[in-house]
Ligand binder design. Structure first.
Ligand code: ADP
Ligand code: UVW
Ligand code: MG
Length: 395
């Protein structure tokens, strides 16, 4: 039997997982635990074309992990018979330490914990996933794959904030990026689709999920990215502001009587699409805008404006652009956002074919017209497969 990898992606309120055969890329089981900590939880486990659902409350991530491993036992495939050679964990923040996957031991766990302030919504649940999975699957190697790894060697000019040098060094204040596993996977796939050696390609990748980020990839190497010290910087997201004037923080602290923790919560959890129009789900924003809701219409404009700014900026950083790829929940499924993101960018050679853009498909595809100067692509990301392959490559 071929070997498999169990991949775990613990998010702030969810756990996504997949049992993958890294050689063929096929998924033997996958699932999702969501609404962790809310009154009604939701669990979905898919295997063999069947879906098992549960709607019991899931009090915390530890409970969620136990539920996942229970489902493998009860519904299958039994992990004991699946030849699991590794458990791959997505970890968002690896700081300056990792440019590739690492075998998890107590020291690595300690480091991920110490890096939590640099990814406060992500590293703590990542760590819970690791703790419980190591407890329940003690005989298999556990591997951490960091979102920051692909950006570990960003050019200094892109990674450095113009902050007092000593303060920045003492407190590790620099740009680390995130979603790197996805950006790297999509950039590689995109290079193979356009059929030119990635060494000469100037690519922009837009990962638009609940968290959202852009990257500039030149010759296969990341040269800039929109997330910074933490995953708060950059694009407009489901609940995060993305770029704002840092003076907004001082202003609110001094004049609105808000504490630093309250402002942190505001910027990370109550802003973005949710702050502008009441919902973090892009589908809801479209529904409201379609019903004439002015706040939702403005949210869509702010979202697209930010995207156009980043595409233009990254074209400038690389001296041009050859490939533009859309990925993740919004990027893969939302023709309206894609169209508005590139509107007016014909001067860069960026244009899309309306029919191709609107066609529904789960496959990687071109949405630019034949012969266009810039290849515009939709590339479904597969962070789980990338994590499984990196975990195996380490062992
Ligand atoms: N058909 C669709 N049209 C527009 N947006 C969609 C569609 N399907 C999913 N999305 C968006 O994708 C987001 C989730 O993307 P995903 O990549 O799964 O994010 P995450 O990994 O951060 O949870 C949802 O919040 C939703 O806004
Ligand atoms: C880093 C990050 O924002 O991840 P996610 O999109 O899963 O929240
Ligand atoms: Mg994601």
């Amino acid at each position: 039997m071929s070997s498999t990898v169990l991949v775990i992606n613990s998010g702030s309120s969810s756990i996504k997982y997949q049992l993958i055969d890294p050689a063929s890329g096929s998924s033997l089981a996958s699932g999702l635990v969501e609404r962790i900590g809310e009154p009604a939880g939701h669990v979905e486990h898919r295997t063999d074309g069947r879906v098992t659902e549960q709607n019991d409350p899931v009090p915390d991530h530890a409970d969620g992990m136990r539920t996942v491993l229970d489902l493998f036992e009860k519904v299958g495939p039994a992990l004991g018979d699946a030849n699991v050679v590794a458990v791959g964990h997505r970890v968002v923040q690896g700081g300056k330490y990792y440019d590739g996957p690492v075998l998890i031991d107590d020291e690595v766990v300690g480091l991920i914990d110490r890096l939590s302030p640099l990814a406060p919504l992500h590293n703590p649940p990542n760590l819970t996933g690791i703790r419980v999975a190591r407890e329940l699957l003690p005989d298999v190697p556990h591997v951490a794959v960091f979102d920051t790894a692909f950006f570990r060697n960003l050019p200094e000019a892109a990674a450095t904030y113009a902050l007092d040098r000593e303060v920045a060094e003492q407190y590790n204040v620099r740009r680390y990026g995130a979603h790197g596993t996805s950006h790297q996977y999509v950039a590689l796939k995109a290079a193979s689709m356009v059929g030119r050696p990635s060494a000469e390609l100037r690519q922009v990748v837009l990962h638009l999920g609940n968290g959202a980020s852009a990257s500039a990839v030149y010759g296969g190497r990341a040269v800039d990215t929109s997330m910074g010290l933490t995953p708060l910087e950059g694009l407009v997201m489901g609940t995060r502001t993305g770029d704002i004037d840092p003076a907004v923080v001082f202003h609110l602290a001094r004049n609105a009587g808000m504490s630093i923790d309250e402002i942190d919560d505001l910027l990370n959890k109550r802003s973005g699409l949710k702050g502008l129009a009441g919902y973090n789900d892009m589908r809801e924003i479209h529904r409201l805008a379609g019903d004439g809701d002015a706040a939702a219409a403005l949210a869509l404009e702010v979202y697209a404006h930010r995207l156009r700014k980043y595409i233009g900026a990254y074209a400038a950083v690389m001296g041009g652009i050859d490939v533009l790829s859309f990925t993740a929940g919004v990027g893969e499924n939302d023709p309206e956002v894609r169209a508005s993101a590139v509107a007016g960018l014909e001067f860069l050679g960026v244009e899309i074919d309306a029919g191709r853009n609107e066609a529904r498909s789960k496959e990687s595809r071109f949405i630019s017209p034949d012969g266009a100067r810039v290849a515009v692509l939709v590339v479904p990301t597969n962070e789980e497969l990338a994590i499984a392959r990196q975990a195996v490559s380490l062992l």
